[in-house]
Write a protein that binds this ligand. Sequence first.
Ligand code: ARG
Ligand code: ZN
Ligand code: CA
Length: 240
Amino acid sequence: VNGKVEIPVVVNVLYRTAAQNISLAQIQSQIDVLNQDFNATNSDYNSVPALFSGVKANVGITFVLQSVVRKSTNTTSWSTNNAMKKSAKGIAPTTPTTVLNMWSCNMGGGILGYAQFPGGAPSTDGIVIDDNAFGNTGTASAPFDLGRTATHEVGHWMNLRHIWGDATCGSDLVSDTPTHNTANYGVPAYPHYSTCTGNPVEMTMNYMDYTDDAGMYMFSNGQKSRMAAIFVSGGARAGF
Ligand code: ARG
Ligand code: ZN
Ligand code: CA
């Protein structure tokens, strides 16, 4: 990369019903949300508590919709086995070393989405988002209708871990985020104290927790550094 990171995005839409063939407006709404959340222009950014005002980050990465690929399917519901990324039943990714591929498809309600971390196979690289959690208009459905599933999954795609480190009082490998007991859900009341060492106030409003879309509205500076590291020369996503 030279200076600013700009991410071209291809959105792959798999639909069995007309409703699943989400509109271009719904797709663009997701790109807009990513640009807001990664540039600290989200309307709820000023809701970050004063306690975290010193670590909240403008990540400074932009997203541009390059194209939309659509395909009709007989598949009722998809799982995390990456079948949606294979041309047999799904849509193969477009140049994954230089493009963020997103798939919109019906995950059947069990999971909102999933991502591949940097360093994985190019053929399965990208993020998958349930069609009812895609963007913030059209068929997006509360409480996951603010486009934050993609913000969270792009966080993983840029090497971020869950804020609770996927273990009780686990580590997310980021030093400016507090240690969380476990995942938080819904929209937790502030302050929510951890029972981990030191009883820190948990950063439940971080995109890498599991709250409702309305409950998450910040990345931290440490997360920003971790994301930036993959785009430099020699990094796992240096092609961008
Ligand atoms: N991979 C997570 C899951 O589906 C995504 C959670 C996204 N959270 C959200 N509020 N949109 O379990
Ligand atoms: Zn996650
Ligand atoms: Ca941490």
